[in-house]
Design a protein around this ligand. Structure first.
Ligand code: URA
Length: 241
């Protein structure tokens, strides 16, 4: 029997991109199956079909790779940059087409996962799977008790309320007029932590992601990376609801 799968899933599983991105490409007419454009989302394909995405023929048997990087400042989370800035994938020594799971800003440091497994990336990025991310923020000014409560009760960012899982003030430096705050969220929107602090009147000077689900960057210097273990990969995949 020939096993059939939905086209967007096959593209994601090949490691080409996430499932969401695959759907966009299908809709945009960038996907050919056996030489014909396919724009219908439910289309099913088999191993035998030739799939071409944005002019690239999919290699269905690529080895899945999973990396944990301690991202330095000054790198962007993209595959290329028109302004010529350095990209995070440059830091990983591989010939596979890997990409970051979500984004950290150019000036944000810390834990970033990279993979060529679209299904894996999709599980971690999907809001319904509630993957916790913990950030350490150095903010301008002293966070008042009232502002801490405001944060804990949730702030509205771009029209959507974000309620953190935890907020811990680690240090209030009255002399330098700065606070160090640890915040855990499940949200993955761009610049979300900086925007949350701005909502309560504080500019984020430095931001580091310390933890992603149960993972941390212990033992890795800035710019260093390691492969995830099979056990870690399975545990992350099991976060799917
Ligand atoms: N929130 C931000 O504001 N920036 C990041 O890089 C990550 C989360």
């Amino acid at each position: 029997m020939i096993y059939m799968e939905r086209l967007q899933k096959v593209i994601a599983n090949s490691g080409y991109c996430s499932r969401r991105k695959a759907e966009e490409l299908i809709e945009a007419g960038q996907v050919y199956v056996n030489g014909e454009i396919v724009t219908e989302m439910g289309t099913k394909v088999s191993e035998k079909d030739e799939i071409v995405v944005e002019g690239v023929t999919l290699n269905k048997s690529v080895k899945k790779e999973y990396y944990l990087l301690n991202k330095p400042r000054g790198y962007i989370c993209s595959l290329s940059d028109e302004k010529g800035r350095r990209v995070v994938t440059e830091l990983i020594n591989t010939n596979e087409r890997i990409y970051p799971v979500g984004r950290l800003d150019y000036d944000t440091t810390g834990l970033l996962l990279l993979t060529n497994d679209g299904e894996f990336a999709n599980i971690l990025m999907h809001p319904s799977n509630n993957v916790e991310k913990t950030y350490l923020a150095i903010i301008e000014g002293i966070l008042t008790t009232e502002e801490i409560y405001k944060l804990i009760n949730g702030v509205v960012v771009d029209g959507v309320k974000v309620v953190p899982k935890r907020v811990k003030v680690k240090k209030k430096d009255l002399e330098k007029n700065k606070s160090k705050v640890e915040i855990t969220i499940v949200e993955g929107r761009n610049h979300i932590v900086k925007k949350m602090f701005l909502e309560v009147g504080h500019y984020v000077q430095k931001l580091t992601r310390q933890r992603y689900a149960f993972l941390d960057v212990k033992g890795l210097q800035s710019g260093e990376y390691r492969c995830l273990t099979n056990e870690e990969v399975s545990k992350l995949k099991s976060l799917k609801k």
